[in-house]
Unconditional design. Structure first.
Length: 244
């Protein structure tokens, strides 16, 4: 679907606070002019807020940072922590990302928020990770590494508690996703549409789809009512455990 049509739907039907995230597969700033046009298109709607996430490898000219600041876009930068940890999984991009961060700070007067993936090495060096983020004084979204190199949910939650007790501003979601410190929102406010199919969330695309994307939201809600699982745990992980 055309992005402007999606934004038209949001503008027409949303009368409560609505957050749009320009994130996903790849670096959001690689086609900044398109991103800029989308953000400009929804200005004047105070109930719509916007965030975007960059890996910091694409810096912007001052004018574009100022544009994002004036449009109240929450910019998050993906940095996993101290240099050795970050470079291990992100192709040695730490120095470049931090140069972008400092440029952002010089233009806007504040640091961006952070997005950091928590893996096994993060758990083994929790103090170093916390001490890296402390001086910046901005919110950190710690996301749990999943899949082959993933960590248990209990270890991840213990990490979040340690970070909070150390004074970090840690993002906690509501019915968002256990991967981001919240409860599982699959089928409540998380649905994933892809290739003509609907899934309970983006992590479930290797499971059987719920239905074709022509299904109505009323029908989706009826299906959701019969899910019956503990939202303190990831739906996908619970589903896989049940299978075996």
């Amino acid at each position: 679907m055309d992005v402007f049509r999606i934004l038209d739907n949001v503008k027409e039907y949303t009368d409560q606070e609505f957050k749009i995230g320009f994130v996903g597969d790849g670096e959001a700033f690689l086609d900044f002019e398109k991103l800029k046009s989308y953000i400009a298109y929804i200005q004047g709607f105070p109930n719509i807020s916007v965030y975007t996430i960059t890996n910091g490898t694409v810096d912007l000219p001052d004018s574009d940072w100022i544009f994002l600041e004036k449009c109240r876009v929450n910019v998050g930068v993906s940095v996993d922590g101290y240099k050795e940890l970050h470079d291990l999984n992100r192709c040695g991009s730490f120095d470049t990302a931090m140069e972008t961060v400092e440029h952002f700070k010089s233009v806007t007067g504040h640091y961006p928020s952070w997005n950091a993936t928590v893996g096994r090495l993060s758990l083994a060096n929790v103090g170093r990770v916390i001490n890296f983020f402390k001086p910046f004084g901005t919110r950190v979204t710690f996301s749990r590494m999943i899949g082959r190199y993933g960590i248990p949910l209990e270890n991840y939650r213990d990490f979040l508690l340690k970070a909070e007790r150390a004074g970090l501003d840690v993002r906690r979601g509501g019915n968002d996703c256990t991967m981001y410190g919240g409860k599982c929102g699959a089928g409540i406010n998380n649905y994933f549409f892809a290739n003509g199919k609907v899934y309970y969330c983006g992590n479930c695309i290797d499971l059987t789809p719920i239905a074709d994307s022509t299904i109505t939201f009323e029908e989706l809600e009826r299906l959701t009512q019969n899910m019956g699982f503990d939202r303190n745990h990831c739906y996908k992980e619970t589903f896989i455990v049940r299978q075996y």
